[in-house]
Ligand binder design. Structure first.
Ligand code: SF4
Ligand code: SF4
Length: 96
């Protein structure tokens, strides 16, 4: 089951005019935030974005922006790297 982290605070943005329809964002996103329609990406589930940054890194057209390195996913990854307890500012109590 996917959890919504906080509603309407995700920094993810898509510029459809720049999208060339390669589909990589839909492939790499672990939470199925993107879907392809008429050879363009569209955001179908923005509130499930964990701001991991994978879509923006893989978008060669630079159609996606997201402030990665904030939020739950980054807190967990930082915890792995430093061997510390992961903490983030999310108050859901479901991520870390
Ligand atoms: S990765 Fe970028 S160019 Fe490719 S479908 Fe997604 S938004 Fe469009
Ligand atoms: S930042 Fe990560 S979770 Fe959010 S849309 Fe991109 S790939 Fe999906």
């Amino acid at each position: 089951m996917k959890h919504t982290y906080l509603k309407n605070v995700v920094t993810l943005n898509l510029d459809k005019d720049k999208c060339v329809g390669c589909g990589m964002c839909a492939v790499v996103c672990p939470h199925r935030v993107f879907a392809m329609e008429d050879r363009k990406a569209q955001i179908v589930d923005k509130d499930h974005c964990i701001e991991c940054g994978a879509c923006a890194i893989n978008c060669l057209a630079k159609a996606i922006s997201v402030e990665a390195n904030v939020g739950c996913a980054s807190a967990i990854i930082r915890g792995w790297l430093t061997g510390s307890e992961p903490t983030c500012d999310c108050s859901s109590g479901e991520c870390c």
